[in-house]
Design a protein. Sequence first.
Length: 100
Amino acid sequence: MEEVDRTVSHMKDEAANYPDPSDRASQEEEFSLELRTRDRERKLIRKIEKTIDLIDQDDYGYCETCGIEIGIRRLEARPTANQCIDCKTLDELKERQLHG
């Protein structure tokens, strides 16, 4: 949350209406990158909170799709994983087929 506040302050302080289109475009790109980073952090925090809830309910480590245990190596690599590797692979293949 401190980073969010810092981002908002930074954008307010640095916001300027540059007459040069290149300067304006650079500033917009910088702001866009910073906002995307904050959005990714926000999503990760949500996943971590969901994972903590699953741990509290003794449901951590099971695939949401098929119900089998998620492999320990997968959980070590990605502690917030909610699908086994097989189900995740199938989802990614379907996504690629739909969106090319």
